[in-house]
Design a protein around this ligand. Sequence first.
Ligand code: AMP
Length: 220
Amino acid sequence: MKNIILIAAPAAGKGTEALKIKEEYNIPHISTGDLLRNATKEDTELAKEITELIKNGKLVSDEIVLELLKSRILEQDCVNGYILDGFPRNVEQAIAYDKILDELNKDIGIVIVLDIDKEIAKSRISGRCSCPKCGKVYNVNREELKPKKDGICDDCSTTLKFRDDDNPNVYDERYNTYLEKTEPLISYYDKKGIVYHVDSNENPEKTHEQVVKILGDIND
Ligand code: AMP
């Protein structure tokens, strides 16, 4: 299985799609947002610094993210491929990632861009919550995405959490950061000929159908 980089605006459905790929193809889902949120649980100055940046929709420094990412992809479960969600977030990280891959003799794989209108993505943050243990994403305002039992993960019975940065003001900041820093990655990877686009405006099932088609065509 090829490694997959998911690129999309905040709340476009990267986490949801990543979990679907993980379940179907049995490769790990690596979310740098989750790695960083985990790092904030420690009682250190660095943890406080990361918490502030995330709360305000700013990017965490490349140095911290690259260190977390590199040690994660060296874990045994990544040998047959992995899905990156939230990394790289800017061209500097993409260049550093290329170097890491060279060093580890790994292939970049493919990039899947989830295309979505800003207002549709923004509307999805209202009611969004997720499982801190397995990463499954829910939305209490959408019948098809509600957990079966209020506030509890269907798959692992963990208490669901809402994110501090899922509010309309911080969303605008995160979206602007996306346009300025992350969107230029699409042309960076286009030059390598590895970019595939998917329409993520409808629902998770429609998005996933398109991804499965792309992966089927590539792996044929
Ligand atoms: P996410 O869960 O991907 O929406 O990320 C939540 C927050 O974590 C972002 O708004 C950033 O503050 C931080 N973050 C996640 N991934 C990265 C990254 N690759 N580089 C820098 N900051 C990141």
